[in-house]
Design a protein around this ligand. Structure first.
Ligand SMILES: Cc1cc2nc3c(=O)[nH]c(=O)nc-3n(C[C@H](O)[C@H](O)[C@H](O)COP(=O)(O)OP(=O)(O)OC[C@H]3O[C@@H](n4cnc5c(N)ncnc54)[C@H](O)[C@@H]3O)c2cc1C
Length: 407
């Protein structure tokens, strides 16, 4: 047998024979590849992009929020909420942190258990690639897949670089967000080809667009953040900052709630969750009767925002001229602001894709298809989506590891 770049050519010299072929060299694919390689499996890792792990490089504003200290199943959305539990328990945030420590990568907790690299996201990618090299993984970029056929004991892939046979085929092609970073619907097509059901996909962790009368205010306030807000929709609430943009609303609290939002839903935003606003207004009226409302709001928000709120929402006058009912209405507006987004910015800017391959047809222990033995799905292509804060990478590491242990 001829030996080529770590893999054996079979009886038919035109076919590359592997134990495991992984399609998608992103977070999940890289983790799965090194895990399987370390078990002595002959692993081929294919990607159609010219670089592995492009999303890792872009993540966390270039510093990669690679995991979260408080990872637990409650931080994930899925039609099958129990599915993620087994993999998350068997490869935890502590396991990934141990690997990061072993590679001497400096990191810090930014807030809420979110761990970021001190230097660059490329530290994490370099670590994963190093682990793959040590495990003997054969990584081939710029390699698209034309077709996949099931054959005796495995699968045959027709790729742009030739034919590949494998016993185990792992689909790690991610979701639809940010097509310019290599995203494609390939994983969903493969799932359907082998009889899997798909759950409707939509953009998650994504800014909202606003087109009603609020648009003018958003545009004027573009770039302004409100540090501590509570945003609620469909029984879920997130407390973090929000950011006004030219197109609408963004910031962590908005991105989080976007994963729970459906077209037509209203958001309720408490701009001052840390304050008893009715009490504060009454106290101000008693202590500073001649102060104008917009002056007082300027002590809670930026001056520009206070002026705009006074202009768009309230008639600003000295506090002593407000009746009790008017103060109640002001408090209501500030603490239960109703916003009707016209939509989201979509996959162009979304961090994740909700929905995808239905996990009820996949083993939660091994990530193996229950429809087609030897076929595996890992990472974001599955209907498992994390909250903002490092949870999506932790899912990629955990599901990649789970499959890597048994492919
Ligand atoms: C801008 C941005 C910032 C983010 N920041 C964070 C963060 O800080 N923390 C966090 O936890 N999550 C973050 N995420 C989410 C996180 O990046 C994803 O959840 C994670 O990368 C999913 O891993 P994956 O391996 O399943 O898919 P991906 O990482 O998307 O990898 C899929 C791979 O498959 C390849 N591929 C696709 N189609 C084909 C095909 N047809 N043939 C061959 N190869 C193909 C792609 O080129 C890609 O390399 C961010 C996402 C974005 C877009």
């Amino acid at each position: 047998m001829e030996y080529t770049r770590g893999l054996f050519l079979g009886e038919d010299a035109a076919v590359l024979e592997t134990d495991v072929t992984i399609v998608g060299a992103g977070a999940a694919g890289l983790m799965c590849a090194s895990t399987a390689g370390n078990r002595g499996r002959r692993v081929l890792l294919l990607d159609h992009a010219n670089k592995a792990g492009k999303k890792i490089l872009m993540s966390g504003g270039g510093r990669c929020n690679f995991t979260n200290l408080y990872t637990e199943p409650a931080h994930f959305l899925s039609h099958n909420p129990h599915f993620c539990k087994s993999a998350l328990a068997r490869y935890t945030q502590w396991d990934f942190i141990e690997q990061v420590n072993r590679h001497g990568i400096a990191y810090h907790e930014k807030k809420l258990g979110q761990l970021f690299c001190d230097h660059k996201a490329s530290d994490i990618l370099a670590m994963l690639l190093d682990e793959c090299t040590r495990a003997g993984v054969d990584l081939r970029l710029n390699t698209g897949i034309e077709r996949i056929d099931k054959r005796e004991g495995g699968y045959r892939l027709t790729t742009h670089a030739g034919l590949v046979d494998c016993t185990s085929l792992v689909i790690a092609t991610g979701g639809l967000s940010i097509p310019t970073l290599g995203a494609s619907g390939f994983g969903y097509q493969v799932a359907q080809q082998f009889g899997h059901s798909l759950l409707p996909t939509r953009a998650g962790l994504v800014p909202f667009t606003i087109t009603d009368q609020l648009k003018a205010m958003c545009t004027e306030l573009s770039g302004t953040a409100v540090e501590d807000c509570q945003v609620s929709c469909n029984g879920q609430s997130f407390r973090e900052n929000i950011l006004f943009t030219h197109r609408g609303l963004s910031g962590p609290a908005i991105l989080q709630i976007s994963s729970y939002w459906q077209p037509g839903d209203r958001l309720e935003i408490d701009l001052l969750p840390h304050l008893d606003v009715p009490l504060w207004l009454r106290t101000q009226q008693g202590e500073r009767p001649n102060a104008e409302l917009k002056t007082l709001l300027g002590e809670l928000f930026t001056r520009k925002m206070a002026n705009l709120l006074a202009e768009h929402w309230f008639v600003s006058k000295p506090m002593k001229h407000y009746a009790a009912a008017e103060l109640d209405a002001i408090a209501e507006r500030l603490t239960a602001w109703q916003v009707l987004p016209s939509g989201t910015e979509g996959y162009r800017t979304a961090e994740v894709t909700l929905g995808g391959v239905d996990t009820r047809e996949v083993s939660s222990k091994t990530m193996e298809s229950q429809k087609s033995p030897g076929l595996y799905f890992i990472g974001e292509v599955l209907d498992v989506t994390g909250h903002l804060g490092g949870f999506n990478f932790q899912w990629a590491w955990a599901s990649g590891y789970a499959a890597g242990q048994c492919v």
